[in-house]
Design a protein around this ligand. Structure first.
Ligand code: NAD
Ligand code: TYD
Length: 387
């Protein structure tokens, strides 16, 4: 028996409603990192559209938040497992038991500032974790029938940051842009992309890799620019812009990213990479002022005046990339995807979402989201009997 299965404290598997099912599905997706920002949006959107169940493996780091998945309580199509992508025996056992037709790898350490202060976790999860996951998946995939092998997909969710920084007049990143990662985060993601590519070329694993620009939308942890600005503005705090605030990012509404991933999963060619972007380049200062204008209308300051008065310029991030821009034309011409939201419409939805979800915000800002399971279900997470 694999070591990860013997130890119930390592393997803590449960449906969110804490019921077990022995049903085996012919089709199932395995999602890693599905309690994070993009993963949780993906799982919810998937289950809103399809009956195909989701096995959700997440380590529940500080960025993993089960309250983002609260709406799936009682939904037997969602199987949640607390665990590490690097735990080979656990992952291998889950693959054998649930037999997914695809694995989508969202699990990562994702925040650039944290990677500067503590790069080790980024190498552990993004590099070693992806390696271990690839090995577990390769082992599982090698035992599938030829037909199942051909249909199988490993979709690796990566970032535009692996391409490094652009000068103002340079064309946007295409899929063949050279890798020039500059932060520990982007370097660790670049390393994981190379592993994924090699597992295709060497072992034939049918992989797909996507490079997406900066996401924003519901359930984003407020260490990232847009939710941080919204919540700081509403609580009367400073809105900190690094350096001169003239750094440029391309912004994509998270649900558009999820739609693009569904399309790549459905129709992408194994071994290929796809850029995903919002056609919305903005400086950080433009993002902050647009947010302030929206908030001025949706939730005017009690003391009057604009939230823009709270914008403050602070010390720059070391090695701060000046500009990212994504050319997502391949995804549009080959697979017919383009974003549904403009930056303005997506931002308006996002601000409204944060205003309407105070309990989620309170859970996150107080830190109590980390105890969400015990708060909602009492002490002791039921463990899954080894099977
Ligand atoms: P996030 O930090 O919000 O969520 C990451 C999730 O992974 C968390 O739930 C965390 O608990 C989980 N996790 C971390 N280490 C793990 C491990 N070892 N095993 C299992 N689970 C683990 O990140 P996000 O913003 O949702 O990003 C998801 C993916 O998309 C990442 O791979 C990121 O690099 C990529 N991406 C993000 C953006 C963005 O703007 N947020 C843009 C492009 C690409
Ligand atoms: P972030 O959301 O951390 O994403 P990334 O660094 O992966 O692009 O930051 C987006 C941009 O906003 C980036 O240029 C850094 C900047 N930024 C600030 O100016 N102030 C802040 O407080 C944060 C969190 C980010």
């Amino acid at each position: 028996m694999p070591s990860g299965i013997k130890n119930a404290s390592i393997l803590t598997e449960y449906l969110l409603q804490f019921t077990q099912t022995n049903k085996r599905y012919t089709n199932m997706l395995m999602i890693t990192g599905g309690a994070g920002f993009i993963g949780a949006n993906f799982v919810k959107d998937w289950l809103a559209q399809y009956d195909e169940p989701v096995l959700n493996l997440d380590k529940l780091t500080y960025a993993g938040n089960l309250s983002s998945l609260a709406a799936l309580q009682g939904d037997t199509r969602h199987v949640f497992v607390k665990g590490d992508i690097a735990d080979r025996s656990l992952v291998r056992q889950l693959l054998s038991r649930h037999r997914p037709r695809a694995v989508l790898n969202f699990a990562a350490e994702s925040h650039v500032d944290r990677s500067i202060h503590g790069p080790q976790a980024f190498v552990d999860t993004n590099v070693t974790g992806t390696f271990q996951l690839l090995e577990s998946v390769r082992d599982y995939w090698s035992e599938l029938s030829r037909q199942e092998q051909q249909a199988f997909r490993f979709l690796h969710v990566s970032t535009d940051e692996v391409f490094g920084s652009l000068y103002p007049t340079e064309p946007a990143f295409t899929e063949v842009h050279p890798y020039r990662p500059n932060s520990p985060y982007s370097a660790s993601k670049a390393a994981s992309d190379h592993l994924v590519r090699a597992w295709h070329h060497t072992y034939g694993l049918p992989v797909l890799t996507t490079h997406c620009s900066n996401n924003y939308g519901p359930y984003q942890f407020p260490e990232k620019l847009i939710p941080l600005m919204i919540l700081n503005a509403l609580s009367g705090k400073a809105l900190p812009l690094y350096g001169d605030g003239q750094q440029v990012r391309d912004w994509l509404y998270v649900k558009d990213h999820c739609a693009a991933l569904r399309r790549v999963l459905e129709a992408g060619s194994p071994g290929e990479t796809y850029n995903i972007g919002g056609c919305s380049e903005r400086t950080n200062l433009q993002v902050a002022t647009t947010l302030c204008t929206l908030l001025d209308t949706l939730c005017p300051r009690a003391e009057g005046g604009s939230y823009a008065a709270q914008i403050t310029f602070v010390k720059d991030r070391p090695g701060h990339d000046r500009r990212y821009a994504i050319d997502a034309s391949r995804l549009e011409s080959e697979l017919g995807w383009k974003p549904a939201e403009t930056f303005e419409s997506g931002l308006c939805k996002t601000v409204n979402w944060y205003l309407a979800h105070q309990p989620w915000v309170d859970d996150v800002t107080s830190g109590s989201y980390r105890h969400w399971v015990t708060q909602h279900y009492g002490e002791g997470e039921p463990s899954c009997p080894a099977s």
